[in-house]
Structure formats: C-alpha cells, structure tokens
Design a protein. Structure first.
Length: 344
C-alpha cells in the first residue's frame, strides 16, 4: 500500500487542477480501504494462528494423558489379574470395576480439556465474525470507490452506454460492476500506464486498454490525415478509464486515469510526430454539470501542447462494420477542437 501511495504521489507531483485533486483523493480513499482490509486480515490470521496453537496444545495434553493411562494400566492390570487368578475368578467383577473406574477417570480428564478447547474456540467465533463483517464493509467501500467518479463522488450515476445495440461505444456507466478479480492476460503490449493498463502503438494511433470495444475501434477507425488517434474509454468527469477483459470473458473497466497519463502514453509512442490528436473517447469533449474540471480533451491539449479533437458524447464504430469506418457520435453530440490553454 505504501508503494501504491508513493507511486501515486510521484506520478501526480507535477499535476494541478481540480481533476488532479479529485484523482489524488480517490486513490487515497482506495489506499485507506486496502490498508483497513490488510489490518483486518492480519487480525483474522492472528486469531486463526492462536486457535491452531491452542488446538495443538490440547492435542499434546490429550496424548500425554493417554500415555499416562496406558502406563498406569500396564502397572495395575497385572496385579488385578493376579488377584482374579488367586481367587479363582471370584475377584473378576472387582477387576472389571477397577479398570472401568480407571478408564472413566482418564476420560473425564480428557473430556475437560476438549470441553475447554471447544469453549475457547466458541469465544473466538464472534471475533472472527466481526472481523469478517469489517472486511466485507471495507470491500464494499473499495468497490464503491472503484466505481465512483472522483470528481463527482461515489453517488454520481450517469449512463454512457449507447442506445443503439450495434455500436461499440468508447464509454461506460460510472456504476458498472467491478471487473473480475483475475482479469485475462492482455495481448502483448508496447507499453503500460503506471497502473499497469496496456498501451498499444501504431503509426497513426495509440490504444489504451484491451477490452473488445477498445480493440475493435483501434482496428476499425479510419485515420484523419495529419492526426494521431487515441482510443480509450472516457467518462463525463474529465477522466479516462481503460478497459480490460475479465475472467468471465466480458469487458470491464480498469483503472481511472488522469488525462496527463494519456498524454504521456501518446508521447511514448515512437510513431507520434507531435501533431494534432483525435480522441476516440466518449465524452472527452464535455463534462457533466458541476464537475468543476475542464473536459478531458482540454487537459490533454494542455499537456501535449497541440490541438485535440474530441466528441461531446458517446462515440464508436459499428461493431459489424468494415475496417476504415468514421467513428459515429451519439445523437446530439459533435466533434470539438480544443487548443492548448484554451487558445486557438
């Protein structure tokens, strides 16, 4: 967790603005939740370890009692049998009674130990249950933080999905379910974002993420002469969110990503010549009301120092269409050009 916090601080050290502050707050919340889960897990581990030591102790005590019983019986039984033989069997009931009494005595001792063990373990059960509930609460907090738009808070809900079923939209719902805990391995990439999201380079484009919608748009979008395309999922809060493929084979959102990281990924593409950029990314040209940050496209333009063209609504290609498509914007949206520092 300390490494994640340090990496976040170093990556955002030179970033400014409301979007950067929101991203820092978002990551800090996730780190705190993960630290809480780690502490609760340590508590459970300590309790389980203590229970294991207790069981081992009782086991050794029981083994000792059984050994004592066997040794006592080995000494006394020949004497009792001798008595039975000397009395021609008259004392046999007495011998049986003595053996039964000895067995009952040691069984009672062993029973007390086992009863005490069970009682101790039962007292641990409520503690384990409370720690388990705490982990569940922290996991839910972590899930809400992962789904939340940092600039608008965890209660923000806005649908970025396409109304038309045949379009691959480059945006997602901000309340999308968690990605699988164990996503599928992405195709070999050319680079990675600091959070681990794969980056793919081509002469005229850069893609970030590896879900099916990202890769289909990466393959199918027709280039604009003189522009470098950037394909990545966007959100209406001034941030991006690359996609991944979960263990279930479905598309899921990955890490919330600051526009500065997108700009860094474009610069790292050896084919990028420093020219204008087109963002094939939902809502990159607009933000939701009261977000308090510039559109993601404006932030990328400021970071790269070049004009950036971006859609004001959801954008994508026809998933059943051919290669070389012009990306379509959802009804009412448009392409806007953003210049560095708001100039022209």
């Amino acid at each position: 967790m300390a490494d994640l916090q340090a990496a976040t601080s170093s990556q955002l050290a030179e970033w400014a603005g409301a979007s950067a502050r929101a991203y820092r707050a978002h990551m800090s919340g996730q780190v705190r939740a993960m630290e809480g889960i780690a502490r609760a897990a340590d508590g459970i581990a300590s309790l389980v370890e203590g229970a294991g030591l207790l069981v081992a102790l009782v086991r050794e005590l029981v083994r000792g009692l059984i050994a004592d019983f066997v040794s006592v019986l080995a000494v006394r039984l020949p004497l009792w049998l001798a008595e039975a033989g000397a009395t021609l069997g008259v004392a046999t009931p007495l011998v049986i009674s003595q053996v039964s009494s000895l067995v009952a005595k040691w069984a009672a001792r062993i029973g007390k130990l086992i009863s005490a063990l069970i009682s101790s373990l039962r007292r641990l059960t409520p503690l384990l249950r409370r720690l388990g509930d705490l982990i569940d609460d922290l996991n839910e907090l972590l899930r809400r933080a992962a789904r939340a738009d940092p600039a608008t808070g965890p209660t923000s809900r806005r649908s970025d999905t396409w109304g038309e079923p045949d379009l691959d939209s480059m945006g997602r719902r901000s309340d999308w379910e968690d990605p699988s805990a164990h996503p599928q391995t992405p195709p070999p990439s050319d680079a990675h974002l600091p959070a681990g999201d794969p980056v793919y380079h081509r002469p005229n484009s850069t893609a970030i993420g590896y879900d099916s919608a990202t890769m289909r748009n990466f393959d199918s979008v027709a280039p604009i002469p003189g522009h470098h395309d950037v394909v990545v999922h966007g959100l209406p809060n001034g941030l991006f969110r690359p996609g991944l493929v979960g263990a279930d084979g479905a598309d899921h959102p990955a890490n919330l990503t600051h526009p500065q990281q997108i700009a860094d990924a474009v610069r790292a593409n050896p084919h990028y010549d420093g020219g204008p950029v087109r963002l094939v990314s939902c809502h990159a040209g607009a933000v939701a009301p009261d977000v308090g940050v510039p559109p993601a496209a404006q932030q990328v333009a400021d970071a790269l120092g070049v004009p950036v063209t971006a859609p004001t609504d959801a954008v994508g290609v026809d998933r059943y269409g051919p290669v070389g498509q012009t990306p379509m914007i959802r009804g009412g949206g448009e392409w806007k050009i953003f210049y560095p520092n708001g100039g022209r």
